[in-house]
Design a protein around this ligand. Structure first.
Ligand SMILES: Nc1ncnc2c1ncn2[C@@H]1O[C@H](COP(=O)(O)OP(=O)(O)OP(=O)(O)O)[C@@H](O)[C@H]1O
Length: 268
């Protein structure tokens, strides 16, 4: 294993006066792949201690948006702020406050659970002793303490996802992005992951942006952003989005807003 370059650890959440700054603010963001326009003037925010669902069909632009927030891609137009830090101008400060679970799995299958966590902690400049303590604590929280020395290869898909969430939390971020984290998981594993992430919101005040195409992952009190063909068609508390669409449920609201047909299994 090569020695990773350290990235400084998450520090204080900045505040403007006494008002809490949004965990994430997306202002007028557009992105094109050559002639293909993937995002058009997208604006919304995620508040601290809130669960915001980013709902969209395949190709809506969710992964593109995540790539911009995480600086995988440079921002062509608009602004992305994390707790008030502009990701283009102050990437260090912004990214320290951010944890990410990408859609493709990114664990090292031949390392143990603990080794995966310690490696990631080293990337964030967390000292070995502190990293060990945090790893043990997080593995306990995701119910995998007894598997600490197992190879990741031997875990189920749901357990791997839980480990990825634990890894994303090692540097104690205040904003967590998850890109379709339940794809390919069975019903029980999906429910476990959703309830774990919801606990992070209520118990630790983390702001969550959860990209999904599955209606049944969103609750009435959640904030909802409907993204379709690169544009935000509606946003706000889910109950308000449904009411404003003159619908009874999120499925019908989504169809009215987008003109899309539902897919089997409750997906958008
Ligand atoms: N590297 C790329 N080059 C060209 N076009 C791309 C590229 N990546 C994405 N796109 C296009 O940009 C649009 C948005 O794609 P994106 O992957 O962001 O959507 P998504 O909502 O995440 O969907 P999915 O869940 O299927 O990945 C789509 O039309 C897609 O074909």
């Amino acid at each position: 294993m090569t020695s990773p370059a350290p990235i400084a650890e998450a520090q204080e959440t900045p505040r403007t006066g006494t008002a809490a700054v949004p965990a994430l603010s997306i202002d007028g963001v557009s992105h094109s792949y050559g002639p293909r326009r993937a995002l058009m003037d997208v604006s919304f925010s995620v508040q601290p201690a809130s669960f915001t669902a980013l709902l969209g069909l395949n190709g809506a632009g969710k992964s593109t948006l995540f790539s911009l927030i995480t600086r995988l891609f440079g921002i062509q137009s608009g602004r992305v702020g994390i707790f008030g830090h502009d990701v283009s101008k102050s990437p260090g400060e912004a990214l320290r406050l951010l944890g990410v679970v990408f859609q493709p799995r990114t664990l090292d299958l031949d390392l143990s659970l603990t080794q995966n966590l310690l490696y990631h902690a080293a990337l964030h400049g967390i000292g070995r002793r502190e990293a060990s303590a945090r790893s043990t604590e997080l593995l306990g929280r995701i119910g995998l303490a007894d598997r600490a020395a197992s190879k990741v290869r031997d875990l189920s898909g749901g357990q791997m996802r839980r480990l990825e969430i634990a890894r994303a939390l090692l540097h104690r971020p205040r904003l967590l992005l998850l890109d379709e984290p339940t794809v390919g998981l069975d019903v029980k594993a999906r429910a476990d992951i959703i309830s774990h992430v919801r606990q992070l919101v209520t118990e630790q005040g983390i702001g969550v942006l959860w990209a999904t195409h599955l209606f049944d992952e969103i609750l009435a009190d959640d904030d909802l952003v409907v993204l379709h063909q690169g544009k935000v068609l509606a946003q706000g508390p889910m109950s308000r989005v449904i009411a404003e669409a003159g619908a009874q449920d999120v499925n019908t609201a989504f169809m009215r807003l987008t003109g899309a047909k539902t897919m089997p299994g409750g997906g958008a």
